[in-house]
Write a protein that binds this ligand. Structure first.
Ligand code: E4P
Length: 217
């Protein structure tokens, strides 16, 4: 399973990238706002650091404007994946950009019907938002399962990029289902290292080691 980091925080990406945990990055307008940076400048910095795909999102609502924005974003670096919303215009832009050889990430997917259309339109990635479905008491993981079945039935090459990840359990459940990629905030990727029994075990080892009076160095 590939790990993408869902942030435009360069320092956070660097920390995970240095550990080999980053196969790609996803950003969106809200994450750019949070970074306080210029979209082109911060995206370039991320693309220079990470070798995998870096999603940068268009903001126009009409297909022709999305295509123009997408082409501008694609100029930032060769590893840009152009992110378009799952609207009819977004699908139109996806088809046009994918036909020109660009990687397209179709975002804001909330149904398997939408995911099927994105695959037909040539998306490299489909981004179903698990957490936002859970927020309205629908089952985000069930959507990932359904898309996996549909894509496998027809051998679609579009990668399932599970997004809106809110917990470590989301990551693990997506891995079990067979999502190709999970994009998670840095805090969740780091939280995957934690376990209460690890902490408890370490505390005991440290106490016992102190009692030995020994030193390793
Ligand atoms: C994915 O590409 C999105 O940027 C992100 O996962 C959205 O997550 P949120 O629902 O926590 O904002």
């Amino acid at each position: 399973m590939k790990f993408f980091v869902d942030t435009a925080d360069v320092a956070a990406i660097r920390e995970l990238n240095d550990l080999g945990m980053v196969d790609g990055v996803t950003t969106n307008p809200s994450l750019i706002l949070k970074s306080g940076r210029d979209i082109v400048e911060v995206t370039k910095e991320i693309c220079d650091m990470v070798s995998g795909p870096v999603s940068a999102e268009v903001v126009a609502s009409e297909a022709k404007d999305m295509i123009a924005e997408g082409l501008r974003l694609a100029q930032i670096a060769p590893n840009i994946a152009i992110k378009v919303p799952l609207t009819w215009d977004g699908l139109t832009a996806c088809k046009a950009l994918a036909s020109e050889g660009h990687k397209v990430n179709v975002t804001l997917c909330f149904s398997s019907a939408q995911a099927l259309l994105a695959a037909k339109a040539g998306a490299s990635f489909i981004s179903p938002f698990i957490g936002r479905l859970d927020d309205i008491h629908l089952d985000g993981l069930e959507l990932i399962e359904d898309i996996r079945i549909i894509y496998d039935n027809y051998d679609f090459r579009t990668e399932i990029l599970a997004a809106s990840i809110r917990s470590v359990n989301h990551v693990i459940d997506c891995a079990k289902i067979g999502a190709d990629v999970v994009t998670a905030p840095p805090a969740i990727i780091k939280a995957m290292a934690s376990h209460v029994l690890t902490d408890k075990g370490l505390e005991q080892f440290n106490k016992d080691w102190a009692k030995t009076g020994q030193k390793i160095l």
